[in-house]
Design a protein around this ligand. Structure first.
Ligand SMILES: CC(C)(COP(=O)(O)OP(=O)(O)OC[C@H]1O[C@@H](n2cnc3c(N)ncnc32)[C@H](O)[C@@H]1OP(=O)(O)O)[C@@H](O)C(=O)NCCC(=O)NCCS
Length: 143
């Protein structure tokens, strides 16, 4: 199967991205308007088989020092064929993402994938702090 990676937002199948993300463990119930804004303000990558989008990822970055990799997924029918590895290679080779001091991500179970690309567990997790609202997309949180 031939796959192509693109950062051209006009090609993205936002309905597909929304359907996947709103059912994901990390962005459950994400509203469409929030996704539209999140795509608009990030460097986003799609993987395509012909015109059909089969994978997605967002890189939130200042293009100088820091990047955060988010919302990476491959649609189930195209898993196990190296699509996520093609996507990660394209992200890490992207000319505007070179020389960063830190590239961060969070994952529940795909450590083995990211480790292949040089990501390591936090050496000093106690140095990091977060404000985290996992229920932010629940109806009552948005009222
Ligand atoms: C995780 C996911 C992106 C992998 O995509 P994929 O295109 O099927 O993966 P690939 O075929 O490129 O291969 C992934 C490689 O990472 C390894 N891996 C490690 N953890 C993995 C995991 N949790 N899921 C899939 N592969 C994993 C695989 O064994 C494989 O290794 P190999 O190179 O030795 O074959 C895909 O299963 C997915 O979208 N899952 C649901 C969403 C998700 O969990 N996203 C990650 C959030 S951080």
């Amino acid at each position: 199967m031939q796959y192509e990676v693109s950062t051209d937002r006009s090609r993205f199948d936002v309905d597909l991205i929304h359907t996947f993300l709103r059912s994901s463990y990390w962005a459950a119930n994400m509203p469409r308007d929030i996704l539209d804004r999140a795509i608009r303000h990030a460097l986003c990558f799609g993987v395509f088989s012909g015109q059909t989008q089969v994978a997605f990822a967002r890189v939130i970055t200042d293009y100088a020092t820091f990047a955060y990799l988010a919302d990476l997924f491959v649609v189930p029918e195209h898993r196990g064929r190296g699509v996520s590895k093609l996507l990660l290679r394209s992200i890490l080779d992207h000319p505007e993402l070179q020389g960063l001091r830190r590239f961060l991500l969070a994952t529940k179970d795909a450590h083995g994938l990211y480790a292949q690309f040089g990501f390591k567990p936090l050496a000093n997790p106690d140095d990091f702090m977060t404000i985290h609202h996992p229920d932010v997309y629940k109806k009552e949180s948005r009222a």
